[in-house]
Write a protein that binds this ligand. Sequence first.
Ligand code: TTP
Ligand code: MG
Length: 452
Amino acid sequence: MLHLDLDAFFAAVEQRDKPSLRGRPVVVGGVGGRGVVATASYEARAFGARSAMSTAEARRRCPSGTAFLGGRFAAYRATSDVVMSLLRELSPLVEPASLDEAYVDLAADEGHDLSVEGVTEIGRRLKERIAAATGGVTGSVGIGTSKLMAKIGSDLQKPDGLVVVPPGRELEVLHPLPVTRLGGVGPATAERLHQIGVKTVGDLAAKSLPDLVALAGRAHGAGLFALARAEDDRAVVPDRGVKSVSHEETFERDLTDLDVLGREIDSMAARVAKRLQASAFSGRTVTLKLRRYDFTTLTRSQTLPHSTDDSRTIATTARRLLVEAGTQGGLRLLGVGVSGLSVYAQGDLFAEDLLGEADPAPEATAEEAPEAVPEVELPVERRWWPGQDVRHEELGAGWVWGRGLGRVTVRFEGPRTAPGPVRTLAADDPLLTPADPPDWSQAGGGPLQEDR
Ligand code: TTP
Ligand code: MG
């Protein structure tokens, strides 16, 4: 089993596409007042910036010169697709776990030498091919006898690591690690384990099955007991094939009361959100299904501007659809679903950057903490955000460095150029437009584009 996890993924894509940021601290996430860090480059981690920290806190920790950028999902997805297709050349059994992470069952392909030397070579070549095909994004690889050991291995030498856990050596590797490294040990379980003196996986392995069942419940306790012994026979499940997640209820009697139906929607939305989160999916289309007293069945859908896995967003949308559809005569069935799924749940994190609270302070740049100072009202599509890809008809392609007081600062460079110059333009410059992510794929290969 092989597990791959790309290093500082969003930040690595930013550094590839923005040569002036290579080797520098970069933080990707919500750049507005309530933004949260999605990831930080290893240079920024040295100052203490971390995923899920508030961006405000990351700004306090990082030195000036740190770039704070909103997310460019199209660029991350395109890079992820290239990596996943390299993995599919290794084996038909590839299970993406998120945009930057996947399991590969090497044994499912006849051609591989599965000796320790053989798989080490597979890992080494894979890492080379990924870096070449992505224009320099690196990944960490773990290889072992199970998903558990492969995942543990990929984390042991991050970044740019390669760890092969030879068969029979699993417990040697596993037991010194903190219990929190086992999937499924969240903060609550970890806290309870600490209270009974369990800090490492080795400590966990010393506990009896009944102890763990008493602590974590039957299924979870048995799961922990097995994992502590490196017992893991989970299979790689290729393409989960999930198109939508939904939940419906049939009522014992027809319901007409909007309050009662609203509460039903809330609870179904919560279940749907939980399943989305558990599978690292989010979706853009919320659907409400209803069956009336006379068995006519209809569905109503609304597509949101951003993917969501948030129960409140799903519930609010579904409640609105219910009001529009009406409850005349009574309803005997109600269903809430989310479709249009993508792998990583992220909507809210970056929504505020695109649709804006207030724009940041005058001359706020990718480097400086913005304060909320309203500026010239621009239509939504002209509200520039740090990191955004743009094109200027005369100056070429670049990305937004800063904005404020009716101006926007753009750095004109791309993945295949040297670090480029910065120019400040009017925010409503008619020659400046949002652009698609730049093409990195011929880096080092074909001729340089004139404007890149
Ligand atoms: P991770 O693999 O957890 O993190 P990473 O790739 O940035 O860093 P590393 O693996 O080297 O430790 O997540 C992959 C991407 O998913 C990450 O680049 C950004 C995104 N992400 C979020 O948006 N929010 C989060 O809380 C986390 C953990 C990740
Ligand atoms: Mg990663």
